[in-house]
Design a protein around this ligand. Structure first.
Ligand SMILES: O=C(O)C1=C[C@@H](OP(=O)(O)O)[C@@H](O)[C@H](O)C1
Ligand SMILES: C=C(OP(=O)(O)O)C(=O)O
Length: 454
């Protein structure tokens, strides 16, 4: 639906002139913002999202909910308006739930959260909701959500493809109840069913059947956020059956939520400290979080840095050496491109495993990383479920990004250490991290940042 430019520009990735030393304020979490929007839209009273991420994926989510009748007002928020003890300044969205109406058409772009979280919401609307998106969205797995919704009572016309485009014929309510689903291709299938389940007549009992589930922290995020708006959720962790989640039907509360910084989007900046032997501080790094990006503290420490979490945020310091790593990334798959970039610059080989499902992300990330790193002189091979990376001296060249924000930020990390890296379509970072080139430039030259932004 949304076209990319015919000739995306090349962005010369800046070479680091020395050790970086910067504080980088990272925008809000995509995953928290989009869950917060859905839950607030399904609540029985208005709520607030403070410091929401404004990026392509979250604006598509907000627009889709508006299209179905939800009120979303954007306002400036004063810091005193934030939740107790938390930073609440900056932008805020007030979400005013309303009856969900069709007919409507939703553009999912290439946002997994929009294409998976909203079909269950659409099933609650009172008319047909058409879903369409970028060409890549047609290829991303959705069949599990479609089949599960049908089993729970929804009528969906997907031309039997199990994929987009499709129409959900909302009937104003959904029976819900027990359902089996194979979510091994995306944890978002489980999150999608759980998020809307308090509004299903019988709630839901989701039983995952199939190979191991990826991205478990994202399912924990769903459960945590559901509970924070008053939902009752039983989980495998709480002594329940393995791979079974139950949500009881009930009204959701309108809450005031301050969105944490996106820790996965903090990754390239932390990587810059590692790659240049410098120091980067990310303010507002949460002490406790379900975000998978929190795993970077351990992963990047193993790869050669050290970190300290204080009231100023997370400060990560590179040691000047980068070590290879052998790591299972199945829980934190979205960190793979950034880890692969650092691994390509390390002093020993790396094995990244547990991430076969990345072949169906924004692009086939395993193929794309292999091809692009090897075209710069690297020695990367794909395995059944990941990558082997043997560092070699790299040279400049064009790094293609396949409309994948994390490929573009990974390329910027390589460019810090390798002269002449040109990143194709760096604008694709706007999927989750608008203004990335400016944030990157400010990190590399913090002294000039205030003047540039004046
Ligand atoms: O629920 C979420 O917010 C997400 C879950 C994960 O998806 P997969 O389980 O499909 O990898 C992750 O990769 C994606 O970036 C965000
Ligand atoms: C896989 C990702 O996104 P999506 O939410 O579109 O699945 C990602 O951001 O790395």
């Amino acid at each position: 639906m949304t076209e990319s430019p015919a000739h995306p520009a090349l962005w010369p990735a800046p070479l680091a002139s020395g050790a970086v030393d910067a504080t980088v304020t990272v925008p809000g979490s995509k995953s928290v913002t989009n869950r917060g929007l859905v839950l607030a839209a399904l609540s029985s009273e208005p709520g607030w999202l403070r410091r929401p991420l404004r990026s392509r994926d979250t604006l598509l989510m907000a627009e889709a909910l508006r299209t179905m009748g939800v009120g979303i007002e954007e306002t400036a928020s004063s810091s005193s308006a934030g939740a107790a003890g938390q930073p609440g300044g900056g932008e805020a969205w007030r979400i005013i739930p309303a009856g969900l109406h069709g007919p409507a058409t939703i553009d999912v772009g290439n946002a997994g959260t929009v294409m998976r979280f909203l079909p269950p919401v659409a099933a609650l609307a009172d008319g047909p909701i058409r879903f369409d998106g970028d060409p890549r969205s047609y290829e991303r797995p959705l069949g599990g959500v479609i089949d599960a919704l049908r089993a729970l009572g929804a009528r969906i016309d997907d031309d039997h493809r199990g994929a987009l485009p499709m129409t959900v014929f909302g009937g104003g309510a959904l029976d819900g109840g027990p359902v089996e689903i194979d979510a091994s291709s995306s944890s978002q299938f489980v999150s999608a069913l759980l998020l809307s389940a308090p509004r299903f007549n019988q709630g839901v009992e989701v039983r995952h059947v199939g190979a191991a589930l990826p991205s478990m922290p994202h399912i924990r995020m769903t459960v945590d956020m559901l509970r924070s708006v008053g939902a009752q959720v039983d989980t495998p962790e709480a002594g329940g059956e393995p791979n079974v989640w139950r949500v009881t039907p009930g009204a959701l509360l309108g809450r005031d939520l301050v969105v944490e910084p996106d820790l996965s989007n903090a990754q390239p900046f932390l990587a810059a400290a590692l790659v240049t032997g410098g120091r980067v501080t990310i303010p507002d790094w949460p002490e406790h979080t379900t975000q998978p990006g929190d795993a970077l503290r351990e992963i990047f420490t193993t790869m050669g840095g050290s970190c300290e979490l204080t009231e100023h945020g997370l400060t990560f310091t590179g040691s000047g050496r980068i070590h290879g790593i052998d790591v299972d990334l199945s829980e934190v798959g979205e960190l793979t491109p950034g880890i692969a970039a650092v691994a390509a610059l390390a002093d020993s080989p790396s094995t990244l495993r547990g991430v076969a499902h990345l072949r169906l992300h924004e692009t086939d990330r395993l193929a794309a990383l292999t091809k692009e790193l090897n075209e710069l002189g690297g020695d990367v091979t794909e395995t059944a479920d990941g990558l082997h990376i043997r560092p070699r001296p790299l040279h400049g060249g064009i790094f293609h990004t396949y409309e994948d924000h994390r490929l573009a930020t990974a390329a910027a990390v390589i460019g810090l250490a390798v002269e002449g890296v040109e990143v194709e379509n760096v604008a694709t970072t706007a999927k989750t991290l608008p203004d990335f080139p400016a944030l990157w430039r400010d990190m590399l030259d913090p002294a000039a940042a205030p003047a540039r932004r004046a």
